[in-house]
Ligand binder design. Structure first.
Ligand code: AMP
Ligand code: MG
Length: 328
C-alpha cells in the first residue's frame, strides 16, 4: 500500500523518513515547483530501474538528476562550461534543466546509455530538503505512467502510480504546473530540448543564440530529441485543438470546450471553460484541468490553440503532444 503523508515545509519530520526510504533503494514521490517527481537514489541503478518499471518508461528515455546546488551538479558532469555556471547562477534553484557531458559516476540507466546527463536544482523547499536529507542526487521524472498526464497534485500520483511507490509526500498543488525547460549545453551550440517556464529569450540573453527544436514552434511538426516521443502528456479524453473562436464541431460523446480569453457560443450540452489569455496562468492550470475533465468522464476536450508567441511555447508543446495520435 502506498502511503500519502502531507508535508508542510522543509522541517517536516517525514522528510527524514522519506530520505531513509530513498537511501534503502525505494521510491518516494515528492512535490517540485514544476510537477510531482518520482524520486529514487540517482546513483543506484537498481533503484532507478524501479522508476522505469513503475512508469512503464522506455529504457531509451533518460531521467533528470535533481541536485541541491552547483557543487553537486559539477560532480556529475565531466565538464562544467562557463555557460552552465552562468545559467545556474541565474536560474537555480528553479525550473531549468541543463544537459551536459556525464561524469563516470552517473549510472548508464540514468543516461539511457548516452554520454550526457540532465541536471536540475529544484526550487521547491520540500524537494531541496529531501535531496539534502538523502545526501545524494535524486533521479526524478514526472510521477505518472509514461505518456500520461503529468501530476500537479499528490492525488494524481496516487491514481497514476498506485502501489508502485513507497511514499507520496503531499505538498499541495505545484506552482508552475509544466515541466522544466531543458537546455542542452553538451553540443557545439546551446539548444532547447523541451520548452518550459524559462523562455528561450531569457536563456539567449545569457548564453547567446539558442537553437530550438522545431516542434515547439509549429503545430504538427515532429521531434527527434532523445526520449521525446511524439505522444505524451495525454489525457484519456480525445484532445482536439482548434483556431480560437471556432466553437464546437459536431461529434460523438460528451464534450468540453476550452476557450482562451473568450468563449464562443456553444451547444447547451457542452461544458464551456474560460481560461485567461495568460500563458503562465494557463500553464499552471493545464494538466490539473485535463485531469479534472478525465475524472468527470468527458470523451472530447476541444481547446483553442494559443497564440504563436514565445511566452506560449511550452503550453503549445504540451498541447500538441497531448493531442498526438497513439501511433505517432
Ligand atoms: P520527465 O520524465 O517528465 O521528467 O522528463 C525528463 C525529460 O528529460 C525527458 O524528456 C528526457 O528526454 C529528458 N532528458 C533526461 N536526460 C537527458 C539527457 N541526458 N539528454 C537529453 N534529454 C534528457
Ligand atoms: Mg514526464
Amino acid at each position: 500500500m502506498t502511503r500519502i503523508l502531507s508535508v508542510d515545509g522543509p522541517e517536516a519530520p517525514v522528510i527524514k523518513e522519506a530520505a531513509a526510504i530513498l537511501a534503502a533503494g525505494g521510491l518516494v514521490a515528492f512535490p517540485t515547483e514544476t510537477v510531482y517527481g518520482l524520486g529514487a537514489d540517482g546513483l543506484n541503478p537498481e533503484a532507478v530501474a524501479l522508476i522505469y518499471a513503475a512508469k512503464g518508461r522506455p529504457s531509451t528515455n533518460p531521467v533528470i538528476l535533481h541536485v541541491d546546488g552547483v557543487d553537486s551538479a559539477k560532480a556529475l558532469a565531466s565538464h562544467w562550461p562557463i555557460e552552465a555556471q552562468q545559467i545556474a547562477d541565474r536560474y537555480w534553484p528553479g525550473p531549468l534543466t541543463l544537459v551536459l557531458p556525464a561524469s563516470e559516476r552517473v549510472p548508464p540507466i540514468v543516461r539511457a546509455g548516452g554520454p550526457t546527463v540532465a541536471l536540475r536544482c529544484p526550487a521547491h523547499p520540500v524537494a531541496l530538503a529531501l535531496i539534502r536529507a538523502a545526501g545524494r542526487p535524486l533521479a526524478a521524472p514526472s510521477a505518472n505512467r509514461s505518456q500520461h498526464l503529468s501530476p500537479t497534485l499528490a492525488e494524481h500520483v496516487a491514481s497514476s502510480l498506485g502501489g508502485a511507490v513507497d511514499l507520496i509526500l503531499d505538498g499541495g498543488p505545484t506552482e508552475a504546473g509544466l515541466e522544466s525547460t531543458i537546455l542542452d549545453l553538451s553540443g557545439p551550440r546551446p539548444r532547447i530540448l523541451r520548452p518550459g517556464p524559462i523562455l528561450p529569450a531569457e536563456l539567449a540573453a545569457i548564453v547567446g543564440p539558442v537553437a530550438l527544436w522545431a516542434g515547439a514552434v509549429r503545430m504538427g511538426a515532429t521531434q527527434a530529441a532523445p526520449g521525446m516521443a511524439e505522444r505524451h502528456y495525454a489525457p484519456r479524453a480525445r484532445l482536439e485543438l482548434v483556431t480560437p473562436g471556432t466553437g464546437l464541431s459536431p461529434g460523438p460523446g460528451r464534450a468540453a470546450y476550452v476557450g482562451l480569453g473568450a468563449l464562443p457560443s456553444l451547444p447547451v450540452s457542452t461544458r464551456g471553460i474560460l481560461l485567461p489569455m495568460d500563458a503562465e496562468a494557463v500553464g499552471s492550470r493545464l494538466f490539473a484541468l485535463l485531469h479534472e475533465l478525465d475524472d468527470e468522464g468527458y470523451d472530447r476536450v476541444v481547446m483553442e490553440w494559443p497564440p504563436e508567441e514565445e511566452a506560449w511555447m511550452a503550453v503549445r508543446d504540451r498541447l500538441r503532444r497531448a493531442s498526438a495520435k497513439e501511433s505517432e
